[in-house]
Write a protein that binds this ligand. Structure first.
Ligand code: HEC
Length: 153
C-alpha cells in the first residue's frame, strides 16, 4: 500500500513538473513559426517603438480615409491623408534610415508618397473611385513590406 502511495506521488510529481516546464519554458517555441521567412531588422527599443507607433497611425489614417469615403467628405480624406503625406518624411529619425535595408526604406517612403497622392487627388479632383484605387495600392505596399520584414530590438 505504502509502495503504491509512493509510486502515485512520484507519478504526479513528474507529471506536474513536466507540465510546469512546458507551460513556463516552451511557450515561445510553440508559437514559433517555422515558415516565417521574414528578414529581421534590428532597431534600438526606442526606434522600434517609434516605427510601431507610426504603423498604428497608418491604420488610423486609413480608417479615417474610409470614413471620409463613406460620408462623401473629401475634406476629411484630405486632412487624414495629409497627416502621413510627404511632409511627415522629415520627422523620420536619421538613425532609422541608416539601420533600414534599402528596399525597406523605399517601401517606407512609397507609403508616404501614396498618402500624399491621395491628399492631392481629393484636393484637385475628388473622385471616390480614384481614392479607393489609391488605397488599394497603398495597402498593397503595407502587405509587401509586412511579408518581407519583422522588427527585433
Ligand atoms: C517599410 C515596411 C513597412 C511598411 C511600408 C508598412 N509596414 Fe507596418 N510594419 C512593418 C514591420 C516590420 C512591422 C513589425 C512586424 C513584426 O515585427 O512582426 C509592422 C507592424 C505593423 C503594425 C503592428 C503595430 C504594433 O503596434 O505592433 C501595424 C498595425 C502596421 N504595421 C500597419 C501598417 C499599415 C496600415 C501600413 C500601410 C499604410 C504599413 N504598416 C506599412 C513594416 C512596414
Amino acid at each position: 500500500m505504502k509502495k503504491l502511495f509512493i509510486g502515485t506521488t512520484i507519478f504526479f510529481a513528474i507529471t506536474t513538473t513536466s507540465l510546469a516546464y512546458i507551460l513556463l519554458f516552451t511557450g515561445t517555441e510553440m508559437v514559433k513559426n517555422e515558415k516565417d521567412t521574414r528578414i529581421t531588422v534590428k532597431y534600438a527599443p526606442d526606434l522600434r517603438d517609434f516605427v510601431l507607433n507610426e504603423m498604428r497611425n497608418y491604420l488610423e489614417v486609413i480608417s479615417e480615409i474610409n470614413e471620409g469615403l463613406a460620408e462623401d467628405n473629401p475634406e476629411k480624406i484630405f486632412r487624414a491623408a495629409s497627416k502621413q503625406g510627404q511632409a511627415s518624411i522629415k520627422e523620420t529619425p536619421a538613425r532609422l534610415l541608416k539601420l533600414s535595408p534599402i528596399p525597406c526604406k523605399k517601401m517606407g517612403f512609397a507609403g508616404h508618397y501614396m498618402f500624399q497622392a491621395i491628399a492631392d487627388s481629393v484636393k484637385t479632383n475628388y473622385n471616390p473611385k480614384t481614392t479607393i484605387k489609391q488605397l488599394a495600392e497603398l495597402t498593397n505596399n503595407c502587405i509587401v513590406c509586412h511579408r518581407t520584414y519583422k522588427i527585433e530590438s
